[in-house]
Design a protein around this ligand. Sequence first.
Ligand code: COD
Ligand code: ATP
Length: 196
Amino acid sequence: MRIIGVTGGVGAGKSTVLKVLKEEYGAELLMADEIGRELMEPGAACFRPVIEVFGETVIGEDGRLNRGKIAEAVFKDPEALKKLNGIIHPAVRREIERRLSLLRMTEPEKTAVIESAILIEAGYEEICPEIWYVRADKETRIGRLMESRGYSREKCLEVMANQMADEELLARATAVINNGGSRTSTKEQIASLMAL
Ligand SMILES: CC(C)(COP(=O)(O)OP(=O)(O)OC[C@H]1O[C@@H](n2cnc3c(N)ncnc32)[C@H](O)[C@@H]1O)[C@@H](O)C(=O)NCCC(=O)NCCS
Ligand SMILES: Nc1ncnc2c1ncn2[C@@H]1O[C@H](COP(=O)(O)OP(=O)(O)OP(=O)(O)O)[C@@H](O)[C@H]1O
């Protein structure tokens, strides 16, 4: 089974690359933030531990965790982010490894893609022989995020400040996808990498 790790900063285009890998190459997607989201639902493994650290005030009116409130707390405070990561990452990692072993048994011919904005920080180099770094310059990313998600410039900068620098990601990646241009150009780069 080919295992590819896809990383890149907020708004760089990871989801866009993943969509191509799934639709055109039948890849199986393992997205850390989506799995993290599932594990934070009421009754799931991380729900209570998060409340124990951040207090009852992070429970929303619908009884689920208020992600906006948690984001406000952690992206301004590296210590709080560390605590949140300490709860979410081990649980996400276990779930990803469980899904990978299942895939290895049932669909070994498939390509599995693990995606996270903080793939390297969270230690996934250990299980991903390939690390693809999806890249676009800061202003392009901010412009896209403001338009598509309604993020403020300040929010983009806050999240970026908590992510690994471009130079370090370039040094650690086994391949780089430049997503600062057109979607067609990105698809062509993916095609070259998939042909390897
Ligand atoms: C802080 C939380 C609750 C905010 O949720 P919210 O729905 O508002 O935003 P979302 O999850 O889409 O995150 C927005 C962006 O922030 C960045 N980000 C998320 N978690 C982290 C982190 N731990 N460190 C650095 N950047 C992060 C990513 O680029 C992400 O796309 C959520 O991001 C979270 O639980 N993060 C910790 C878990 C984690 O590490 N997830 C995997 C990161 S991909
Ligand atoms: N080559 C491109 N040209 C134009 N728009 C793009 C391109 N690539 C991505 N986008 C748009 O930019 C936005 C951010 O891209 P995407 O959601 O793929 O980023 P991401 O890396 O997954 O972000 P996050 O870390 O927050 O999950 C989206 O609205 C997407 O449609």
